[in-house]
Design a protein around this ligand. Sequence first.
Ligand code: DMJ
Length: 474
Amino acid sequence: MRLSTYFAVVIIGLFFSCQSSGGDEATKSTDIAYSEEAVKAEMIRSWEAYKTYAWGDDVLLPLSKTGFNWYEESLGISPFDAYSTLAVMGLDDYAAEVEAYALSFDWDKDVYVQIFEVNIRILGGLLAIYDFSKNPEVLAKAIDFGDRMLPAFDSPTGIPYHSVNLRTGATAGNKGEGEGNVVNTAQAATYLVEFGVLSYYAKDPKYYQAAKKASKAVFDRKSAIGLPGDYINVETGEWTNNWSYLQAGVDSYYEYMFKSAVLFPDPEILAMWEFSLAKINEYYADEYNGKLFYACVDMHTGEKVKQSMSLYDAFFPAVQALHGDLENAERNMATWDWLWNKYGLLPTRYLYADDSIEYANSELNPEIVESAYYLQQITGNEKYTAMIRQYWQDMNECCRNETAFNAVEDVRTKEAKDYLATYFYAETLKYFYLAAVDQEVFNFNDYIFNTEAHPFKKSHFNADSLSTYLGIID
Ligand code: DMJ
C-alpha cells in the first residue's frame, strides 16, 4: 500500500467517522457551478476552515472541527501544501501568511519523519514558495530541511531509509509495513524533482546526486525482463516482494524519471524512463472488455497476478499525455472516467476482472482530475472539461460539508469520514482551478508539477547552469 494510503487509513482509523454525511442539507445542491470563481471560493472557504480549527497542525479534521498531527510535533503540512495553490489563485495575502509561517518554522525537531512524505509535501512546498517568491530566507529554510533529509540516503545501496530524525539524522525503518529496512519502490525513488530543484537553487549537486543514486539503485535491480518489484531492502538491495505495477507503492518512481528528465538534461535518467515506459506497455497494459487497464504482474515472468486499479494510478494518463502517447493516454483516461461514473467517485481499489471493490474508501484524491487537466491542455478537447465539471459536481455533492470537504468511508454509501488530506489543498483544488482558467493566467506548458502538484517554472532553470549545479555529466 502506498505510504500516503497507509497513512490515511491508519490515521483515520484512530478517529471516529461520522455515520451520516458531515454536511447539512443546505450545503448540497444539484446545480453546482464549475468555474474559476467557484473553485477559488471553495479554496478560500476550506482554507479559512483550516485556519480557524487547525492552524499550526498538520491536518484539518473537518467534521470534529479540530486539528491533527502526523507526529508528536506538528510539521505544518497543510500550509506547506496549500501555498502554491493560494499563489496560483492570486490569493496573495493568504500566501504571504504561509510564507511568514514557513520562515518562523524551526526544523530542529527531535522527530522521525517519513522521508517520502516530507519530500513531496514539505521540501516540495518550500521550494515552490521559493520558486514563486524568490525570497532567499525561504531558500535557506529549504536547504536546512534538505540537509536534515540527506542522512536518510546514507545506506549501503543509496536507497533512503524509511524515516529520519530531523534533529539527529538517525534513521529508522518502517514499523508499520514489513521488515524495518524495507521500503516500497515509490518511497525508494521519488526524489529527483525536488532534489534537482534544490541542487539548482543551492548550486550544490549533492542533493540531485543522492536522488539519482537512489533511482539508479532501484532501476539497476530490475528483473531479467526489465521490471522493478514493489518492496526492497535498503541495506541489501534485495526485493522482498516481486509484484510490479503502476499503482500506489511504485507510481511516482516512474513519474519522477520522466518529469525530472523534462526539467533537467540528464540523458541517463531519460534513457531509464524510455526503457521503463516500453516495459510498462509490454507487461502491465491489459486489454479487458474493450478497455485499457494496467495490471499487476510478476516482475520475473510478466504474468498477471492481479487485475486491479487503485485510484492513485489515475495519474498515468497525465504522464502518457505529457510524453506524447496520446492514444494510450486517452484510452486510459476513458477507463478512469468509466470507473468514476460507476460510483460518482473513485474507490481506493477496484478489481476490474471481478467487477468488485476491494477498498471502498475515497480520500478526495487528485489524480483523475490531474489527468483530465493534462489531456484538456494537451488535446484542447472539450470533453475533458466536461469530465472535470462532472467530477467537481460529484465531489461537491458527496463531500462538501459545512466546514470544508471530507473523505468518504465507502463510495457506494458516501458515508462521511472525518479527514481532509493535505493534498486536497495542494493538488485537488489546484487542478480543478487550473482547468478553469485562461492560458494567460497560468500556462500549463511553462511548468512541471511535482507529484504533490507544486509547480516549478521551466524557464527558471537555466540550461547552461543545470548540468553544473546538478553534477550531470554527459
Ligand atoms: C499525493 O500525496 C501525491 O500525489 C502522491 O504521489 C500520491 N498521491 C497522493 C494523493 O492521492
